[in-house]
Design a protein around this ligand. Structure first.
Ligand code: ADP
Length: 544
């Protein structure tokens, strides 16, 4: 029997309409490329988004067209999210840290009609313009007075809005219409496009409101350090307006002192980003001897948050939410809000739970399987490849038949490429990316665990564990490390002493290589691919 309920399409335009009406005075505060701090309310934002949509229409943007952005976190980038998707076009966020080759591939693959670009990134586009589609137009995201000289024959963002009506009749269409496009950074082969829908985006926003409740609060401020150019800043541009939180947009200054200063002056309650950013912030917190005012919640994801970092934050009274997800999952898959029975445990045990990658969000199913696709038990010990299923997860890749075929298994589950264990209470522990696991003498060693323990040593600022080929054991782990400022280098044997409480002898690294900095990917993660390339001539010491 069919129910008798209305079936209204879930559309992104409804989110900002709601915020403008229900949370009209919550703000978007932005560090602008023009150099100042800019503030506007959701109500003002909604009016500007309408103007922008008229501007897009005037330049021929139609349903289904791809319109790209190459920009920092700021109010104009936020406006583009809503204007482009709201009118039925596809907001394609481009990561400015991609190589020229990847950028050229992506823009040609997406066939972007317009590219909106921050003044900072104009040179990036100028350098590759010859190789981009001939009829792509460029818009520089500033006002006339700040337009840089350029070879893009670019339009001016504010002139697109000038004089346009402050309301727009947002069209109604099928909720499965594409709304956003984000390419994975593609460590091997060409980048692949995750094509989000209005439905998946609205459901994801609702899901995050539900499961991340502790880190969100009406009337308070949230800082997405995670960029709007990477998986929709983990959905915050949709979640924050629903909740009625003000958003503090940091622009391009993401170093510890800048982030501290902005958080402190704005009184940011909750801040979201990758571990490397929080490492930088913690150095500044130590230097200042205090936290930024009102800072109470930190969301960490994108790569494993080291236990030592979680412990440091928690000891200072900042609640840590360690989440896991990926571009293909919109991106949240698990969250780190702890059940009461964990919070009642002794501090050390509670931190153990927080160091895991959390529990699944409602609407995301998890399974782990062995090499033959057979289910592996959720006993906290058995490792398997992690597969996911749900309404916020891709079913394939944009215009890429070959990759789409491989993306999901016969039962419709998406293969994450992550190796994990799951406890009987549902806690996920990521062991590795399948290609980063270290296999020594037929046994697996988790590089994440090695790195976690290495950075708990006071002399180590950051570290990566990678596999090096070994004639007898196939592979042996080697630690590539950055020394903490002012510290003395520990010897390999001192490191072994530090690590041997948690690792068997055969799991300990065979060498430590000291470097000034670790190579990062376009999304700010340690690039093991680059590290392996840099170490192609490396020879293991003869320890075993
Ligand atoms: P990229 O473009 O770098 O692939 P994604 O954000 O899509 O960016 O990366 C997703 C991957 O990042 C996951 O599959 C996982 O390997 C890793 N990752 C994300 N969050 C965590 C976490 N909390 N702990 C460990 N690894 C994580």
């Amino acid at each position: 029997m069919q129910a008798m309920m209305m079936n209204r399409p879930l559309l992104i335009s409804s989110i900002l309409d709601f915020a403008a009406e229900q949370h009209p005075n919550a703000e978007i505060v932005s560090v602008r490329t023009e150099g100042d701090l800019h503030r506007q309310t959701y109500r003002q934002t909604a009016a500007r988004v309408a103007q922008l949509a008229h501007g897009l229409e005037a330049h021929g943007v139609k349903l289904g067209d791809r319109v790209a952005t190459l920009a920092w976190n700021g109010y104009r980038h936020f406006e583009l999210y809503y204007a482009i998707s709201g009118m039925g076009a596809v907001c394609h966020t481009i990561n400015p840290r991609l190589s020229a080759e990847q950028l050229i591939y992506i823009v040609n693959h997406a066939e972007d009609k317009l590219i909106f670009v921050d003044t900072t990134f104009v040179p990036i586009l100028q350098a590759v313009k010859e190789h981009l589609p001939k009829d792509t137009r460029y818009v520089i995201m500033t006002e006339r007075a700040h337009m840089p000289a350029n070879t893009l024959d670019a339009l001016c963002y504010e002139e697109l809005l000038d004089g346009k009506p402050e309301t727009f009749d947002w069209p109604e269409f099928d909720e499965n219409t594409a709304s956003g496009l984000c390419y994975t950074s593609g460590t091997t082969g060409n980048p692949k496009g995750a094509l989000y829908s209005h439905r998946s985006t609205v459901l994801h926003a609702l899901m995050v409101c539900l499961v991340m409740g502790q880190t969100l609060a009406e009337g308070k401020k949230v800082l997405p350090v995670v960029p709007l150019f990477h998986v929709n800043a983990w959905g915050l541009p949709y979640t924050a307006p629903l909740i009625g939180m003000s958003m503090v947009m940091p622009g391009g200054a993401l170093d510890g002192p800048s982030v501290f200063k902005l958080m402190d002056s704005e009184g940011v309650f909750s801040a979201w980003g990758v571990p490397t950013v929080w490492q930088g912030l913690l150095v500044e917190v130590k230097a200042q001897g205090r936290l930024p005012k009102e800072f109470a919640q930190v969301v960490v994801g994108g790569s494993a948050a080291p236990r030592a970092m979680i412990e440091t934050f928690e000891k200072m009274g900042v609640g840590v939410n360690h989440a896991w997800g990926m571009t293909e999952m919109s991106p949240i898959g698990t969250h780190g809000v702890m059940p009461r029975w964990v919070m009642e445990k002794p501090f050390d045990q509670m931190i153990n739970y927080k160091s895991k990658q959390g529990r699944r969000a409602f609407g995301v199913d998890l399974k782990i399987v062995d090499d033959n696709g057979k289910l592996v038990p959720h006993d906290g010990k058995s490792m398997g490849e992690l597969y996911v299923r749900g309404n916020t997860i891709v079913s394939g890749y944009f215009e890429n038949e070959e990759a789409s075929k491989k993306a999901v298994d016969a039962e419709g589950w998406f293969g994450t490429g992550d190796i994990a264990t799951i406890t009987s209470e549902g806690f996920l522990s990521l062991q590795d990316r399948s290609k980063d696991l270290i296999k020594s003498g037929g046994e697996w060693i988790s590089s994440i665990d090695l790195e976690n323990l290495a950075v708990a040593h006071p002399a180590i600022a950051s570290a990566a564990a990678i596999a090096m080929p070994h004639p007898k054991w196939d592979e042996r782990p080697v630690l590539v490390a950055v020394l903490a400022p002012g510290a003395e280098k520990p010897t390999l044997y001192e490191m072994h002493a530090h690590m041997s409480e948690q690792f068997a002898k055969w799991q300990l690294p065979d060498d430590i290589i000291w470097v000034d900095a670790l190579p990062l990917t376009a999304t700010g993660k340690i690039s093991k691919l680059t590290l392996r390339q840099q170490m192609s001539d490396y020879k293991l010491p003869d320890l075993r």
